[in-house]
Design a protein around this ligand. Structure first.
Ligand code: MLT
Length: 410
């Protein structure tokens, strides 16, 4: 008999975004005339920057010629891209990361789930609450939790609330935890962490032999010069942190797929006998066994993100989405909604009006305004009473969404 992984049965509902899509499709089928504006999933709407599209085209042409054709590439990614990342994303910011510590992949979502392969199931895991659901669900699938309670909290996970009450600053856990997920700029709250907060976490991880899984997929949206773009800008982080980065939200790669994970060679984990071993070698082994690399044309496209033209065009995209976030924020504040985030991130996080639950507000917005957002409770129990709007959309839709939002809550 083929036994299933029973841990999957602990995941009661569907994954958040498909669940939203299901509800929206049902609404649209029942109301075919409704022009629904979707500010739910954070998916980019602007096309690939021309410099990137051109690099991809050129690489496709190379693949079509006998003399320049390439088969399998290095599993870890081509040196040209790893070098460009090490130089532009790290060394230029004073962060000590070398090209061979960078692993190119097809997404931060995949990497942040896949990384669990190399960690034992008996680790204690901490997540902020609310949190990007992938961190929780992949730990559930891997058997690192018990069942969920009525609020959706899984036994065995350590939840660290980040709400308006604590200024969205996660307190250090009182107990010892082994793996800690941090995401900055934060999904879903759109808030950022100060260098002091990050330093406190790095020091905690050092003192407790823990590893921080740092998701920086939205770093390109940071406008505040005081905010760190990488955890490796914080002293000591090389010894305690893995960082996930992506080309999805800055360069528009949600459909083309390219990301990377940094595993410093100085990072160690503990073996069953208590001695230490390098995490880099384990991740390299895992990556080479289960992954055959991102396609050559897409890696050439990602490389073009660092060219002068690429940078300028990406800067334009970031400014465009941040302006959308500002319009959303100000439009909501004008009708008395409490709004957070959106200044250094493409997400605006708001407190639902009139004490409505997150899903009640979702239904009201959909039915009365034909607007879709993401219920805060879908990101965790402490997200109840909050709601997320994504700034990834056309300007026309954002302006129209603000109008409709104001009418719904007025
Ligand atoms: C989100 O909406 O939270 C993101 O689009 C999810 C993702 O990047 O996987």
């Amino acid at each position: 008999m083929a036994r299933i992984n029973d841990n999957f049965l602990k995941l009661k509902a569907g994954y958040l975004f498909p669940e939203i899509a299901r509800r929206v499709n049902a609404f649209s089928e029942a109301n075919p005339e409704a022009n629904v504006i979707k500010l739910g999933i954070g998916d980019v709407t602007e096309p690939l920057p021309p410099a990137i599209a051109e690099a991809i085209h050129k690489a496709v042409d190379e693949m079509a010629e006998r003399t320049t054709f390439r088969g399998y590439g290095p599993e870890q990614g081509y040196a040209f891209l790893r070098e460009a990342i090490a130089e532009n994303d790290y060394r230029s910011r004073g962060a000590d990361v070398s090209a061979d510590e960078i692993f190119i992949s097809d997404g931060s979502k995949c990497d942040s789930g896949n990384i669990l392969d190399i960690f034992g199931t008996d680790n204690t895991v901490a997540v902020t609450d609310p949190v990007y659901p992938v961190y929780v669900d992949t730990n559930v699938m891997a058997g690192r939790t018990g069942d969920a309670d009525d609020a959706g909290r899984f036994a065995g996970l350590v939840y660290i609330p980040v709400t308006a009450e604590n200024g969205f600053v996660p307190a250090l856990p009182e107990q010892k935890v082994d793996l800690i997920y941090l995401c900055y700029p934060n999904n879903p709250t759109g808030t950022v962490a100060s260098r002091e907060t990050l330093k406190a976490w790095v020091d905690y991880a050092k003192a407790n032999d823990s590893i921080i899984l740092y998701d920086a997929a939205y770093e390109a949206f940071i406008t505040d010069p005081e905010v760190a773009h990488s955890i490796y800008e914080i002293e000591g982080a090389r010894d305690v942190a893995i960082e996930f980065r992506s080309f999805s939200k800055n360069a528009g790669f949600t459909g083309t797929r390219c990301a990377f994970t940094v595993v410093p060679k100085t990072l160690e984990g503990t073996m069953a006998d208590g001695t230490k071993t390098a995490i880099h070698a384990l991740w390299n082994r895992r990556h080479c066994t289960k992954f055959n690399g991102v396609s050559y044309p897409i890696q050439r496209g990602a490389e073009a993100a660092y060219s002068d033209a690429g940078r300028e065009q990406i800067g334009g995209l970031i400014n465009f989405y941040l302006e959308n976030a500002r319009l959303l924020r100000e439009g909501l504040e004008a009708v008395g909604i409490e709004v957070y985030g959106g200044g250094n991130a493409p997400y605006v996080w708001l407190a639902t009006p009139e004490g409505l639950s997150s899903w009640e507000f979702f239904d009201r917005l959909l039915e009365k305004g034909h607007l879709v957002g993401t219920p805060g409770s879908g990101f965790g129990a402490a997200g109840e009473g909050y709601f997320r709007l994504s700034a990834f959309n056309t300007r026309e839709n954002i302006n129209e969404a603000v109008k409709r939002f104001q009418q719904v809550v007025a």
